[in-house]
Design a protein around this ligand. Structure first.
Ligand code: TYD
Ligand code: MG
Length: 467
């Protein structure tokens, strides 16, 4: 971090925030504008304004392509120019293929496997004929070579650059003209043009901006690796999310070596797709059938567990919804939800008490979507309510049962979207019965041997589920 000198006389703009650019008269430990710590630095003297050059640009006459023009006159980009992604699960999360000139941020905790994933991807991309530059700011070229050997990655065309200097990376991008550039990681990338140490908000932001500008001009697709810092923000305070086209989160899924990749922002595709991987001794392996994996950890039928066919983007995932209702130790009952909407849990407990006559007042209730999955759908209401009822009565749900349905405040069951797909996925994994809201059950064509039961209310559904 550049040490700032105290001002000899207050002058407007003697200091500025390297994060948000706010000009200050006095140095401050925390920027009053963006509330970031350690971002205020001395403004450059007139003789050294270079690092602010992208803020103060000179107006010039625009060429015809740059000038504003009618939408209809702008040629559509060539869709075929998209770079095919040779890892099908990664491609699905990205929205099919890589858009030239786009920037993708891959964020995750240190050690989760970001470098492994991107080296694998870079290797497969170059093996498929897309020129790929992997710029490792964290590891030496030899270390990257070792990792590649472990992954069995042997594409001779993959270009590896072990430099953390932004200017070196930009120069090599221009010299080698890759279709895909990976920068691992943006926190370790650094330029003397900007104030602050590598990883500071200003450096991260300016380096990312320079790389994004570069690929917008060259038409390459850019991957930036970002470590999630301890307060859960990417590169400090999520400073990059608005600058890139796509933000992917790479996280542990369930226990052990499973990982999930999901889009939280995507200008070119959906944001509800999830891809699953297993970290093995030879790198990450894509899991095309995650339902089997999610169900695999389930074991014997036990109280407090219900299977929910959840929508995960273009496909259905079978997720175990778990609940534990236990007498509260103290006066105050705890209600917690992981991967599920806590407000809906509270609402369902009220409906169960009022319409189902269940004694939940003195109970702690914990609810969880197994496998570390996020299940934000209202259709998870019925399996969640069934899991709570099952836990409270200490009786498992009927064997081979799946459930989906939105619960209204009157205890009525409301239709769920894409019911037929949910039934098909449950049937494919050997489930024998599925309980759906009556309105959804009516239109569903039979699939395999599964019996589809329609229920009008939560109480009716629970009667059938706990029978
Ligand atoms: P890494 O990709 O270095 O994580 P990140 O870049 O997100 O910090 O992966 C770190 C872990 O993955 C490390 O503990 C070792 C493990 N690993 C494997 O299990 N198998 C492998 O083939 C590789 C390369 C790493
Ligand atoms: Mg790494």
């Amino acid at each position: 971090m550049a040490k700032a000198k105290l001002p000899s006389g207050p002058a407007k703009g003697a200091f500025f925030c390297s994060g948000c650019g706010t000009e200050l008269m006095h140095w401050a430990g925390r920027c009053p504008e963006c509330k970031e710590w350690d971002t205020v630095v001395a403004a450059p003297s007139e003789s050294n304004r270079s690092y602010r050059s992208n803020r103060t640009y000179e107006a010039r006459a625009l060429s015809p392509e740059e000038q504003a023009r009618p939408l209809a006159d702008i040629p559509e980009p060539d869709i075929a120019a998209r770079v095919r992604v040779p890892m099908p699960e990664v491609a699905r999360v990205l929205g099919g293929a890589l858009v030239p000139g786009s920037a993708v941020l891959v964020a995750g905790d240190p050690g989760v496997g970001k470098s492994t994933l991107l080296l694998e991807l870079a290797e497969k991309l170059s093996a498929a004929g897309s020129r790929c530059l992997y710029a490792s700011a964290e590891e030496s070229a030899a270390q990257t070579r070792l990792r590649a050997r472990r992954l069995g990655a042997a594409s001779p065309g993959l270009l590896v650059l072990a430099r953390s200097g932004l200017e070196d990376i930009l120069a090599e991008c221009r010299r080698t003209g890759p279709a895909v550039v990976v920068v691992d990681s943006i926190q370790m990338t650094w330029s003397p043009e900007y104030p602050g140490a590598a990883g500071s908000v200003g450096q991260v932001r300016q380096c990312a901006a320079a790389l994004i500008r570069e690929v917008k001009e060259s038409g390459a697709a850019l991957f930036l690796v970002g470590h999630v810092t301890k307060d859960g923000a990417i590169a400090g305070p999520r400073v990059l999310e608005h600058m890139v086209d796509t933000v992917l989160h790479f996280e542990p899924a369930g226990q052990g070596a499973y990982r999930q990749l999901r889009a939280v922002k995507n200008r070119f595709g959906p944001t509800d797709e999830v891809a699953f991987f297993e970290m093995t001794g030879t790198g990450l392996i894509e899991i095309p059938e995650p339902s089997a994996l999610l169900l695999g950890e389930r074991g014997e039928a036990r109280p407090g567990a219900a299977i929910f066919p959840a929508l995960g983007g273009s496909r259905v995932l079978l997720v175990e919804i778990q609940a534990l209702a236990a007498p509260a130790a103290e006066g105050y009952a705890h209600r917690r939800a992981a991967g599920l909407d806590a407000n809906r849990l509270h609402m369902l407990l009220a409906v169960l008490a009022r319409r189902g006559g269940m004694q939940l007042a003195g109970c702690d209730v914990f609810a969880n979507a197994a496998g570390g999955l996020e299940v934000p759908e209202p259709a998870a209401d019925l399996p969640l309510a069934a899991a709570v009822a099952s836990s409270l009565r200490e009786r498992p749900l009927a064997a081979g049962l799946a459930l989906a349905g939105e619960v209204g405040l009157g205890g009525e069951l409301r239709a769920v979207p894409r019911a037929a797909e949910r039934v098909r996925e449950a049937a494919r994994h050997g489930f024998r019965t599925i309980i759906l809201p009556r309105a959804s059950a009516r239109g569903v064509a039979p699939a395999g041997d599964i019996q589809v039961i329609g229920a009008a209310s939560l109480v009716e559904a629970l009667d059938k589920a706990l029978a």
